[in-house]
Design a binder for this molecule. Sequence first.
Ligand SMILES: Cc1cc2nc3c(=O)[nH]c(=O)nc-3n(C[C@H](O)[C@H](O)[C@H](O)COP(=O)(O)OP(=O)(O)OC[C@H]3O[C@@H](n4cnc5c(N)ncnc54)[C@H](O)[C@@H]3O)c2cc1C
Length: 369
Amino acid sequence: MKKYDYLIVGAGLFGSIFAYEATKRGKKCLIIEKRDHIGGNCYTQNVEGINVHKYGAHIFHTSNKKVWDYIQQFAEFNRFTNAPVARYKNELYSLPFNMLTFNKMWGVITPEEAAAKIQEQIAKENITEPTNLEEQAISLVGREIYEKLIKGYTEKQWGRKCTELPAFIIKRLPVRYTYDNNYFYDTYQGIPNGGYTAIFEKMLENIEVKLNVDFFAEREYYENLAEQTVFTGMIDEYFGYQFGKLEYRSLRFDNEILDTENYQGNAVVNYTEAEVPYTRIIEHKHFEFGKQEKTVITREYSIEYQDGDEPYYPINDQRNNEMYAQYKALAEQQNKVIFGGRLAQYKYFDMHNIIAEALDCVEKHFGEN
Ligand SMILES: Cc1cc2nc3c(=O)[nH]c(=O)nc-3n(C[C@H](O)[C@H](O)[C@H](O)COP(=O)(O)OP(=O)(O)OC[C@H]3O[C@@H](n4cnc5c(N)ncnc54)[C@H](O)[C@@H]3O)c2cc1C
């Protein structure tokens, strides 16, 4: 008999839900986490009374009622609605593209006028088969929106010119001929009152968690402590990079505390011109309608991923997907290890996706569906 039923590697959303559900079913779990805190990328830290999203803005949204009901047991959510603003030089535009955007850009008033203007712009370019992202975007929304609101931002995000990026990255660009500037289409949306970390504290209340422990530094020791492992770290690292290293895009966050009550009037402002090096500024207090005397802002930079950086966004191109398929095949042969979460599945997941995945994994694992 081993000391624990499950060793869980990673105290992010997937690992924490698995641990919570397994514990509820009478199992004994140990979580190890290499960072000095729980919560994974959802982690929020209280600074000057403001919950700062340390790994990028996290807005909860879902249309899955089961997921929404599930997360409510750990927190109450406020009515925050994501309505980002784009700043191009000294012009401000409403996002996602909607009637407010078109009015500001061209002075058009009615949906009909806006649609005609966009069609006129698209027709002028006469692009029949887009060969790169630039042509693709122009063929969907015309040159003016592309140049002011898409080009610079996309080039910063990918670190490459839009003319060098494949067209398929942008399949469609939602254009709304209404005044609806709610970024998400989902039924439910909000920010947990008190930040995300409190959710994890509640989930892990009765579970043993060891922080600052990297699984790979003491792998054998920890694996031997438990009957089974739930692994939410990087799948290529788990298998010793034997098929090569999966690629990511990374981010750098520069946080600043300012002696002002309100810096930009909105939680998210995207900087769409190429000359500004960051992609966006987050002002955290606006996620919770904060009235503190100070404010905390984060400038977000998109950067090339190098060893040791945080692996934020998988680059799901053909080469990486094929490599991942090889790792996945190996993972399926491990009968004492469950691989879950964004890093082990090499896929970008929103929080609601991870909750659905984790609950599904739990139900299958414990033979409940
Ligand atoms: C910039 C950014 C913005 C986002 N915004 C949103 C949003 O607005 N809305 C939304 O729904 N979702 C958002 N997400 C997605 C959200 O962060 C993920 O869905 C969620 O964090 C995934 O949970 P996870 O458990 O899979 O991974 P993680 O949160 O990454 O947790 C994995 C944990 O495992 C630990 N770990 C890894 N390797 C080891 C090891 N060897 N030993 C010990 N511990 C290890 C890591 O330190 C980490 O804590 C965003 C993501 C990013 C990057």
